[in-house]
Design a protein around this ligand. Sequence first.
Ligand code: G3I
Length: 339
Amino acid sequence: MLLALGAVLTLSLMCSTQATNLNLRSLAQKQGLNIGAAVLTGVLQKEPTYRRVLAREFNMLTPENHMKFKPLHPERDRYDFAPADVLVDFAKENDMQVRGHTLVWHHSLPEWLEKGEWTREELMAILQEHIYTVVERYRGQVVEWDVVNEAIADDASLRKSIWLNVIGSDYIEMAFRWAHEADPTVKLFYNDYGSEGINSKSDAIYALVKSLRDRHVPIDGVGLQMHVRADKPPSAEKVAANMKRLGELGLEVHITEMDVKIEHATGTLEEKLTAQANVYRDMMQVCLTAENCDTFVLWGFTDLHSWIPRYLKQPDSPLIFDKFYNPKPAYDALVEVLN
Ligand code: G3I
């Protein structure tokens, strides 16, 4: 019964958006904005509605997992590009851009790499080869890469990882230089969470990217992931101030992984969904107002496939379409602000 109702609502949504041509993608395009979503290859292959809504609403996509080190480079001498290629091909067929995510991270590393006992020179050679291979493979197909992801820990120190422990802090600079050598045209980003506004972590990221810029390391921008909560919304003023100071370094700022948890919020479901919509609206408004923000990417688009219930095992509804692909108040809020 519930499923039938969901299907009817989905159908009516499809008819109404086709009739009015009111969708995020066309509205964003008019504003010169890239609007994107993280995408799961397996789901894309299996679900026609997922594909349809994705292509209708977004002009950019990020592989949620299949461009990470472990899936792309499962053995030392073997790469597996097939699942990432599915997404790149889909993007091409639907005239969408691709954000590459991510070349260097402490997480999602293959066992052969994590368990190996590498010298500094060996690990540098592995990282350089990985970056050259992957960035060259997607040259001209990926418009921007998250080169380094989450290198600053929550206490604002450099995060302990195999890269920091074995190579030292200059692995960050090396990664940007190698990515630029592999594709001088692709934009290169540092990406992190919990650093959207002004706090000790975003101060540390600011200092890091300033030092990269001062030393002419090729970096184009900073990704603000924006995994946030409706009951603790980020301050629009602080996010705007952070974007502004990064802009003064000559850097772009993109929202790269937005979702808004509602389960901690109090009130009725309607109130929680309104609070969630307000966060999406405010952050889109901040991005549209900033001179250096032209990309707004969500970490998925339907609550059916959010990483939060699947990976964190926390029931929640953090995205802009519900489990039946019906638009939520958050979707309407984005339409409203883009309109
Ligand atoms: O697809 C395999 C499946 O074949 C296998 O049987 C199963 C067994 O564990 O794993 C499946 O892959 C999982 C994948 O999610 C798809 O569900 C991986 O184990 C799991 O590690 C992976 O989690 C991802 C996580 O990053 C770690 O890479 C989440 O989907 C993804 O949303 C999350 O994304 C991160 C960003 O990259 C960086 N910023 C934070 C964000 C949220 O944590």
